[in-house]
Write a protein that binds this ligand. Sequence first.
Ligand SMILES: O=P(O)(O)OC[C@H]1O[C@](O)(COP(=O)(O)O)[C@@H](O)[C@@H]1O
Ligand SMILES: [Mn+2]
Length: 652
Amino acid sequence: MTRSRIKDDNNDYVAYTQSLLAEKFPTKEAVITEIMNLEAILHLPKGTEHFVSDLHGEYGAFDHILRNGSGNVKQKIKETFEGRLTEKNLQDFAILIYYPEDKLDYQKKQLKNNEDLQQWYLDTISHLLELLQVVATKYTRSKVRKAMDPNFVYITEELLYTDPHELDKRNYVDQLMKNLVTMGVTDEFIIATCYTIQRLVVDHLHVIGDIYDRGEHPDMIMDKLMNYHSVDIQWGNHDMLWIGAAAGSQLCMLNLLRICARYNNLAIVEDAYGISLRHLSKFAEENYTENPAFTPKLVKGDTYNFQGEQLQLTQIQQAVAVMQFKLEGQVIAREPDFKMDEQALLGKIDYQKKSIQLHGKVYLLDNTCFKTIDPQDPYSLTIEEKQILSGLTQSFINSKALRHHLDFLMEKGSMYLCYNGNLLVHGCLPVDVKGNFLAFTYAGKKYAGKELLDFFENQVRKAYTTPFCEDEHPADIVWYLWQGPVSPLFGKQEMTTFERYFIKDKKTHEEKRNPYFALRKNEAFCDKLLEEFGLDHNGHVINGHTPVKRGHDAIQANGKMLVIDGGYSKAYQPTTGFGGYTLLYNSYGLQLVAHHPFTSKEDSIKNGQDIISTTRVVNNELNRKLVADTDIGKHLQKNVVLLRALLEKQKD
Ligand SMILES: O=P(O)(O)OC[C@H]1O[C@](O)(COP(=O)(O)O)[C@@H](O)[C@@H]1O
Ligand SMILES: [Mn+2]
């Protein structure tokens, strides 16, 4: 585009926006009011951003962290009441704000004496109002109002903005409080106020990928996100499996089914998304048997629902894995641009000797289950496998409940996001050992760096909107994002699923990481990443994806790189040794929060247990950041300029 064209477009945009504004604010007074309103907002402190990642279906832990704002609610309580309330009362008050309904029930059972209970109500309401006042100071009245339960807006505002210390007003406030009690809505009021506080403590949530797989309830996480006031999502490699399955990729679907069987989570497919696995289960039962390599991974405290479930899951996992390896061969053959020939493995097997040749070396295969494989044509599916797959594919494409969740994942999600100067990506930017962006060539065109991510994003959107057609396979690329060597979401050379099932030698299980993960410790490399996305060197790169072990630093490259795999995945906690990291970015700067593993909601309420978290400051802003310093603030500033111009016009 030429310079003058850009200028013309820009002028058109200005004229267009100005005409919209003129319609919205038709009088001089209306324009002046709006300018004053915007100028005031620009001077408020920046809202708090909350970053979480790798939720992996762990609804309980995620829900808890949302409710406590990664420790931010407790922090506000401490700042407001320390010295006035005992440690136990501070903690009890915090639990009330996280789980108001349950805590109220518990409290009522505890305080049998009516007078004690009445006193508790009065104290609690006055503490809640005090805290609400503190957390509301960052926002305009109109934003605070939007955060309130519509049923209690009037009374909350009266209580919030009236000073009870003014003698004339005390009677009025007392009367309002009494009314709450006499009308029998104290509980509702307390509950509503607790949720308003939760909501105001975090202004915006970023989910840096991998909502799905391994844990029990990604569906409930999706519901929760869909009801959250402000959120964006960066897609993770596991999320791609579900998007791919809904877009008709059988390979994505097989991978997710295999993972569900492996982690004893098939209920999510059947119960939450209404997809019947009866045919698959029957086929697996008829063709596969006990096999130690396919024993499901149970997390601590998890049990089987019925006798024989373990065997059933083992059989399903094998049936699905074999179909997966067959289809990998087919997709790799029809997509030469993927350059993954080395990873079509069934053709490299000597079926008589039960061995495979990998990278020039022969390995014996253990625990094989190749009954349905034709050695002459190893990638072909049997008739029954084909039938099962086509039935399942249709079910995944047509599941309304799944679409409902994935539509949201598409709408709020993207491959990466630049937000308030930071770059958010689940995995990495694939590079060579020198840090040069690796190119992926597709249909004769090369893509690298930011362009690569943009390319993949377009392809994912295309595949999602055109599910499954006979000859074209737009969703193949979605599968590539799961395990392709130049996938920014995977970030490894190859996935060794087959090797981990069938080969003893652990060396073959290694998945070599892209050089990005070593280079990201280096500040200059991070600056290069930020530049690639048009961001300045004050920004940070924020990744998820790689579980950070206890003792390994989540803050790298002199604070420029932050790796916050939430470590929610219970299955991975024995490896990481703790409950993972989240991140907060408020007007004072960035803080990394380390969490202990979450036990349960019941434990929190009964024993006052919180997820103990420790906060580490990543950086402290020299000057407190204001809305004016944020992306939204910049947008508002542009509007102020346009409104001022409009005002000039109106004066003429
Ligand atoms: O531990 P599991 O469930 O067998 O999964 C291992 C696989 O998961 C992956 O780590 C991908 O999942 P993550 O994105 O959670 O890391 C693969 O690289 C690996 O092959
Ligand atoms: Mn991941």
